[in-house]
Ligand binder design. Structure first.
Ligand code: IPM
Ligand code: MG
Length: 366
């Protein structure tokens, strides 16, 4: 297969984890005889430094023409002033919006060997296997007005949480479709006891749910969901929620796996690539971690597993995805862990170990 992948390494540990994932992609394409072109473009703080714009036109253009996009992370203290006019995060939001990626999938499944790395009791973690569907291109992240202005003799800042029926319908459908391939349960999370946008959310999700009588639907308020993720996480299958609730709850959920460094994500929309598959954006859920940037100790698993999702969803390469996922499991099993997981291996040592497991397993899988 021929594929065109755009890499957006970004800031902080972004370039380190994307480098690791590129090595995995190159090895995979050699093993299975694919021609995967990888081209990197700036986004985030580095793009602000180079072009004064967190998402240069040429970067968005390249993403629009790619089969899929692999992103590291954006942001850092250098660009963090509350009064800054351009911010690295604007680049990330603009690429999600520019590619119309309304559904962000974040799977959470703790590895049995990493139970000790989670602050939760191991018995709470048994059978935990769920996936978040976070709405990604609307809600309070994008609602208008969004501004700061003078108000009497002080300043007022305004963000707007808004949703249209169709924005809720499409992400709800994605969640129900996923649930059909899993344990057939959808948990919709909102704040319908307070927010108007949540009341519409609940109504529309219920309507879509009626199209899926084989899938069980439950509604939970976001504050209760934050609690249930810790005291009964095994009760969840597919969770669907608005943009900011999803941002917050997925950081919380990542702790169940021992480290947020482990969590991949796939952002999908309606646009298809030349292979007739979704032109997705794949990124770890972690940020740019400026405190450890440049030290070569970042956990590459979130980005490497994002690469597996890329191969599966955007290129339809299931065997390739499984080969990577199995090698990551074996590396964890073997205790080759980075500092966030309680080990002392470097990013490149962990990546090399994953690569050697891939090579070992290849005859078995091919
Ligand atoms: C995430 C991140 C981003 C978000 C930031 C960096 C803008 O926290 O992908 O979860 O809030 O969506
Ligand atoms: Mg986040």
């Amino acid at each position: 297969m021929k594929a065109n992948i755009v890499c957006l390494p970004g800031d902080g540990i972004g370039p380190e984890v994307v480098e690791a994932a590129k090595n995995i992609l190159i090895a995979t394409s050699q093993i299975f005889d694919h021609q995967i072109n990888l081209n990197s473009y700036p986004i985030g703080g580095i793009a602000i430094d180079l072009y004064g714009n967190a998402l240069p036109e040429s970067t968005l253009e390249a993403c629009l023409n790619a089969d899929a996009v692999l992103l590291g992370a954006v942001g850092g203290p250098k660009w963090d002033s509350p009064d800054a006019l351009v911010r690295p995060e604007q680049g990330l939001l603009a690429v999600r919006k520019g590619l119309n990626l309304f559904g962000n999938l974040r799977p959470v499944k703790p590895h049995p060997k990493l139970l000790h790395a989670s602050p939760l009791k191991p018995e709470k973690l048994a059978n935990v296997d769920f996936i978040f569907v976070r709405e990604l291109t609307s809600g309070v992240y994008f609602g208008m007005p969004k501004e700061r202005r003078k108000f009497n003799d002080e300043e007022i800042a305004i963000d707007t949480m808004s949703y249209t029926t169709s924005e809720i319908q499409r992400v709800a459908r994605l969640a129900f479709e996923l649930a059909r391939q899993r344990r057939k349960k959808v948990t919709s999370i909102d704040k319908a006891n307070v927010l108007e946008s949540s009341r519409l959310w609940r109504k529309v999700v219920t309507q879509i749910g009626a199209e899926y009588p084989d899938v069980t639907l439950e509604h939970i308020l976001v504050d209760a969901a934050a609690m249930y993720l810790l005291n009964k996480p095994a009760s969840f299958d597919v969770l669907v929620t608005e943009n900011m609730f999803g941002d917050i709850l997925t950081d919380e959920a990542s702790v169940l796996t021992g480290s947020m460094g482990n969590l991949p994500s796939a952002s999908l929309g309606e646009a298809l690539n030349q292979h007739g598959k979704p032109r997705g954006l794949y990124e770890p859920i972690h940020g740019s971690a400026p405190d450890i940037a440049g030290k070569g100790i970042a956990n590459p698993i979130g980005t490497i597993l994002s690469t597996a999702l890329l191969l599966r969803y955007s290129l339809g390469l299931e065997q390739e995805a499984l080969l990577i996922e199995k090698a990551v499991d074996q590396t964890i099993e073997a205790g080759v862990l980075t500092a966030d997981l309680g080990g002392n291996y470097s990013t490149s040592e962990m990546t090399q170990t994953i690569l050697s497991h891939m090579t070992e397993n290849v005859t078995a899988i091919k």
